[in-house]
Design a binder for this molecule. Structure first.
Ligand SMILES: Nc1ncnc2c1ncn2[C@@H]1O[C@H](COP(=O)(O)OP(=O)(O)OP(=O)(O)O)[C@@H](O)[C@H]1O
Ligand SMILES: [Mg+2]
Length: 308
């Protein structure tokens, strides 16, 4: 007779304990100090930025003999490159060669050693993080989407600056990412909910939503980490052309395993185990007839076989 109240009591206790554990985890998160901190001087600069005291970022990137390690495990070794505002830098190389790591240093997801990474000739360690992150938009290798509509997911990238038409911004970004093609198949177009309580997007659709989000920010510096891996060659071409047409003087860094994605870049770095093993334009690298040229031949062959 007492069993039902006992079960109920047990259930409530269990619920309470789980709630408590979740609460503790939340407090841990709230208490954790950010891994990357602005120095006091940066805090002042941040104040200046809010009051227009800091010059807007132009987008010149420089890596100066950059070596980087995760907890003593070396990942990048002596990487140097200069990218002028408006140019595109491409990174190719086998898995684990350090491509994602290299771009993650720009928005300071991890801090590089002092004197190795510069934006507009300033050490990024001296740039306020808020200034950096306003100037940079990233479409990460593992896109994350919220359980909201497609349009809301894209809109999330747009900064609500005065004079920005958010509807137009969202639509333009979705068109460049060629999401408009996919949306035609969805029950409510861009107002279709995605995620747990909505439709499940394919890997490529997720990538393009994430790309559109980065574009909606209209950033000075755009970082694309392998976001075109799941699109067909034709759509890839359309997207790349749209990116080039709309780039203006935006600086881009594009990571890819595919030669087709990077062939128009102003500078291509071929990374292997954290080192730049080849550098140049597509034409220069083909003439060099090394790793890149080999990759190109292999991918042309694959394409031909797929088409056959
Ligand atoms: N957050 C991290 N902590 C520790 N090690 C990491 C971390 N991220 C990457 N690594 C390691 O650093 C090396 C380079 O990884 P990175 O992700 O930069 O390579 P990648 O060139 O982007 O590879 P892929 O083509 O597979 O995306 C790998 O050995 C990886 O295991
Ligand atoms: Mg990567």
């Amino acid at each position: 007779m007492l069993s039902w109240p006992m079960i109920a009591f047990g259930f409530v206790t269990n619920l309470f304990q789980r709630g408590l554990a979740a609460w503790r985890r939340m407090l841990d998160v709230l208490d954790a100090a950010p891994a990357v901190l602005d120095s006091e001087r940066d805090a002042e600069a941040e104040f200046d930025a809010a009051t227009d005291g800091v010059a807007p970022i132009q987008g010149r990137l420089e890596f100066r003999n950059l070596s980087f390690a995760y907890n003593g495990h070396p990942v990048l070794d002596g990487v140097s490159a200069i990218v002028e505002p408006g140019q595109t830098l491409a990174l190719v190389g086998p898995t684990g060669s350090g491509k994602s790591t290299l771009i993650s240093l720009l928005p300071r997801l991890f801090d590089p050693p002092r004197g190795t990474v510069f934006i507009d000739n300033q050490d990024i360690l001296d740039l306020p993080i808020s200034t950096l992150r306003r100037a940079i938009a990233v479409a990460p290798q593992e896109p994350f989407l919220f359980s909201h509509t497609v349009a809301e997911n894209v809109l999330f990238g747009a900064d609500g600056a005065e004079g920005v038409d958010l509807v137009e911004t969202t639509e333009r970004a979705m068109a460049i990412a060629r999401l408009d093609k996919d949306l035609a198949d969805f029950p409510k177009g861009a107002d279709t909910r995605v995620g747990e309580r909505g439709v499940t997007l394919s890997g490529g659709q997720k990538q393009r939503t994430s790309l559109a989000r980065a574009l909606a920010a209209d950033p000075r510096i755009l970082l694309l980490d392998d976001v075109l891996s799941a699109v067909d060659a034709f759509t890839e071409d359309e997207i790349l052309r749209g990116l080039r047409d709309g780039a203006g003087d935006r600086t881009s860094v594009i990571v890819s395993h595919r030669v087709s994605t990077v062939r128009h870049a102003d500078l291509i770095l071929v990374l292997d185990a954290g080192r730049v093993v080849e550098r140049g334009t597509h034409a220069e690298l083909l003439a060099h007839d090394g790793l890149y040229a080999g990759l190109h031949r292999k991918q042309l062959l694959e394409q031909a076989l797929e088409g056959a």
